[in-house]
Design a protein around this ligand. Structure first.
Ligand code: GLA
Length: 420
């Protein structure tokens, strides 16, 4: 009892907080030195929603064409997306013509991109946005368009000449692990040599895993973000599998993330067809906890006000973009409730509680605040705000308090704990 009282003395608690500040401030592994992605990239990427639709005759409004990207650019500019932080408008696979030009350069499909990528980049830049493009380290892209193998320098130069600001580099059709690794490295160096600031988004670890465990420290030195796991689909099953992969590999991947380099659990599918409201809340909350790039793949021309408000939620985006740049992790799983936490600047913490039980109604879960943030999240006391599913100020809590929270099936309650 006496010892407990001593441990609760303000000086002792403040000393602990200081120690926590020092420990959490240690930088992660060295990042790609291009000064980019100091917080996770935010933007829009066409793949999950529009895939490889090249039939502009039948589906002029949803085929991969300059018109689609110009419409999205216009909306990103006018509907609050850019102001919320979504700046990168990214083209995925299927933008290319089937062959390189006579000088060996990649070229856009002339029917679907009649003005070419450079003119699209100018348009996107005129809206205050940045343009992303897609290519592949191997002989072909995943959809069968020309690959960059043997052409890394010329492709990097072409993208820089066009004014591209991000490259998603896929890993299909690579004939050996050596080609895969060397290719990802060589393209990183080639991009740097262009002198243009180009965010480099890799899928290197995803394609490495079948051969051997990726060397994440090395990957971080070459890429600004990297996909680890399968493509996201518009389904709860897909979101669950990404979360399960991430938590079961967190010892390998969490410490590697930090300013300049991030684990990429793939696109946000909020605003589409497959996720219930609670599941959309779960994706947004957990992508914030995971310090994930926020690349939406949806149709900004037709999106519900509710999904838009969730994607533009400033408090949640602030957690995702927290400048400390520490990725969160799963703290525990108990009775189908997962508790995740993420350290933030100023000794604050984000905490997400996910109810994975898919039968029954909302469930109560009680957590002791002393179990959060290695015991430091609420020392000696803190102010707690619920950010999702709706914002509400829960108030002042002491270190020794319990917190009882109600969570919908497949939903998440996201909290922010601020040290007083
Ligand atoms: C792979 C990638 C996806 C997408 C497609 C395009 O599957 O993982 O994100 O880029 O290729 O073909």
């Amino acid at each position: 009892m006496k010892l407990k009282n001593q441990l609760l003395q303000p000086c002792f608690l403040l000393a602990l907080r200081f120690l926590a500040l020092v420990l959490w401030s240690f930088p992660g592994a060295r990042a790609l030195d291009n000064g980019l992605a100091l917080t996770p990239t935010m933007g829009w990427l066409h793949w999950e929603r529009f895939m490889c639709n090249v039939d502009c005759q039948e589906e002029p409004d949803s085929c991969i064409s300059e018109k689609l990207f110009m419409q999205m650019a216009e909306l990103m500019h006018s509907d609050g997306w850019k102001d919320a932080g979504y700046k990168y408008l990214c083209i995925d696979d299927c933008w290319m013509a089937p062959k390189r030009d006579s000088k060996g350069r990649l070229q856009a499909d002339p029917k679907r991109f009649p003005n070419g990528i450079q003119s699209l980049a100018n348009y996107v830049h005129s809206k205050g946005l940045k343009l992303g493009i897609y290519a592949d380290v191997g002989n072909k892209t995943c959809a069968g368009f020309p690959g960059s193998f043997g052409h890394y320098d010329i492709d990097a130069k072409t993208f820089a000449d066009w004014g591209v600001d991000l490259l998603k580099f896929d890993g299909c059709y690579c004939d050996s692990v050596e080609h895969l690794e060397n290719g990802y490295k060589r393209m990183s160096l080639a991009l740097n040599r262009t002198g243009r600031s180009i965010v480099y988004s890799c899928e290197w670890p995803l394609y490495m895993w079948p051969f051997r465990e990726p060397n994440y420290t090395e990957i971080r030195q070459y890429c600004n973000h990297w996909r680890n796991f399968q493509d996201v689909y518009d389904s709860w099953q897909s979101i669950k599998s990404i979360l399960a992969w991430t938590s079961s590999n967190q010892k390998r991947i969490v410490h590697v993330a930090g300013p300049g380099g991030w684990n990429d659990p793939d696109m946000l599918v909020i605003g589409n067809f497959g996720l219930s409201w609670d599941q959309q809340v779960t994706q947004m909350a957990l992508w914030a906890i995971m310090a994930a790039p926020l690349l939406m793949s949806n149709d900004l021309r037709q999106i519900s006000p509710q999904a838009k408000a969730l994607l533009q939620n400033k408090d949640v985006i602030a957690i995702n973009q927290d400048p400390l740049g520490k990725q969160g992790y799963r703290l525990r799983k108990e009775d189908n409730i997962e508790v995740w936490e993420r350290p933030l600047t100023d000794l604050a913490w984000a905490v997400a509680m996910v109810n994975l039980q898919e039968i029954g109604g909302p469930r109560f879960h009680t957590i002791s605040l002393a179990s959060l943030g290695q015991g430091m999240a609420c020392v000696p006391d803190c102010t707690i705000t619920q950010l999702l599913p709706v914002k509400s100020k829960l108030g002042f809590y002491e270190w020794t308090s319990d917190l009882k929270i109600k969570i919908n099936p497949t939903g998440t309650v996201l909290l922010r704990l601020a040290a007083n």
